[in-house]
Design a protein around this ligand. Structure first.
Ligand code: TRP
Ligand code: SF4
Length: 333
């Protein structure tokens, strides 16, 4: 039997190239090897966006469109929306009973975000309990592997602790999930900082060819090369060159380095070439995105079908959970 893998993403809207080469690339590989559950964590999005809750549904469709466009395959992985499976709320409640407050208060992500999002009023019960809901998401499907970014490691660690506690108090029904750290190539944004929506330095999967080209043409190049006649050092000093490495065929990449160092290639021409390569890479993705967005009902169907499949598993788990909880005496610690 295949091992189970589960991951969720908060619906923050359109995804960018950083997501494409990072998380989504990873999901694509995993869907070949594991029984995968990928879901939209819309309740988690509420923890920080409850004052703008109406934006969440639209963000869900945009995000799922991006998933499908890059090749997350609903025939291979189960795709669903967290809030469609009410069992997550029940398990979250039960886990909240056995989770010591200290574990949550000590959570580094909690401390950090409370600092960073000062303007957001997130001193809420739900926000503190964020990792408890995440634990429910994960163990509901008895996931063995949880692919996450490094920022999510403390949450998976908490999941492991809560799971051990459940298994100890009631009955051993859950495997202890392992985090799967993706080796995500750090994709710099247009300005050289990490690509991130909040920095405004992203190329989005759903950008038009003109937008992609326009953005790439603004990319920072070798600053010590104001004129074409100055020799460049792409590997050390050119931000755009990080994209070259991803999108240019290897022979052309080698030539680019030579020509740049020899001051034979100008940055404008060089980035034009890069833009063309990125556009070519994105074309099949855009094509799939167009097709899916033409028939929105297809997406609804995919999520409904995934939801059915997820619900079946969730019901099974919850019936085991209730049995473990009510039929057996609590062990003394
Ligand atoms: N907290 C995760 C994030 O912000 C999203 C998430 C919710 C998740 N539930 C999950 C990830 C379960 C992995 C497993 O990225
Ligand atoms: Fe970068 Fe190309 Fe300019 Fe060299 S020529 S600095 S690789 S954009």
């Amino acid at each position: 039997m295949k091992k189970r893998c589960l991951s969720g993403m908060r619906p923050s809207g359109k995804l960018h190239l950083g997501h494409l080469h990072g998380v989504l690339g990873n999901w694509k590989r995993l869907q070949e090897e594991y029984e995968c559950f990928f879901f939209v964590a819309d309740w988690h999005a509420l923890t920080t966006s409850y004052k703008r809750s109406w934006e969440i549904p639209e963000n869900i469709s945009e995000m799922v469109l991006d998933w499908l466009a890059v090749g997350i395959d609903p025939d291979k992985a189960t795709l669903f929306i967290q809030s469609d499976i009410k069992e997550h709320a029940e398990l979250h409640l039960l886990l909240s009973m056995i989770t010591p407050l200290g574990w949550l208060e000590r959570n580094p992500t909690y401390k950090e975000q409370k600092q960073q999002l000062k303007d957001k009023d997130i001193a809420t019960y739900g926000f503190l309990g964020y990792p408890v809901l995440q634990a429910a998401d994960i163990i509901m499907y008895k996931a063995n592997k949880v692919p996450v970014g490094i920022d999510q490691l403390p949450h998976v660690e908490l999941t492991r602790e809560i799971t051990r506690r459940f298994n100890f108090l009631y009955r051993e029904i859950f495997p202890i999930p392992d985090p799967l750290l993706a080796e995500t190539p750090k994709l710099p944004g247009l300005d050289g900082r990490k690509m991130s929506k909040s920095y405004g330095n992203s190329v989005f999967i759903s950008d038009t060819p003109e937008e992609v080209t326009g953005k790439i043409m603004t990319m920072v190049t070798d600053v010590e090369r104001p004129r074409k006649s100055d020799p460049g050092d792409p590997e050390k000093r050119c931000v755009a060159f990080n994209l070259h490495k991803l999108y240019m065929p290897i022979e052309r990449l080698v030539e680019t380095v030579e020509e740049c160092k020899a001051a034979r290639l100008g940055c404008v021409a060089c980035k034009r070439e890069l833009a063309k390569a990125v556009v070519e890479f994105l074309e099949p993705i855009w094509e799939r995105r167009r097709n899916f967005s033409k028939s929105r009902h297809t997406i609804d169907e995919i999520l409904e079908k995934g939801g059915k499949r997820a619900r079946k598993e969730a019901r099974k788990t919850m019936s085991e959970v209730r049995k473990a909880l009510w039929n057996q005496n609590v062990r003394s610690e």
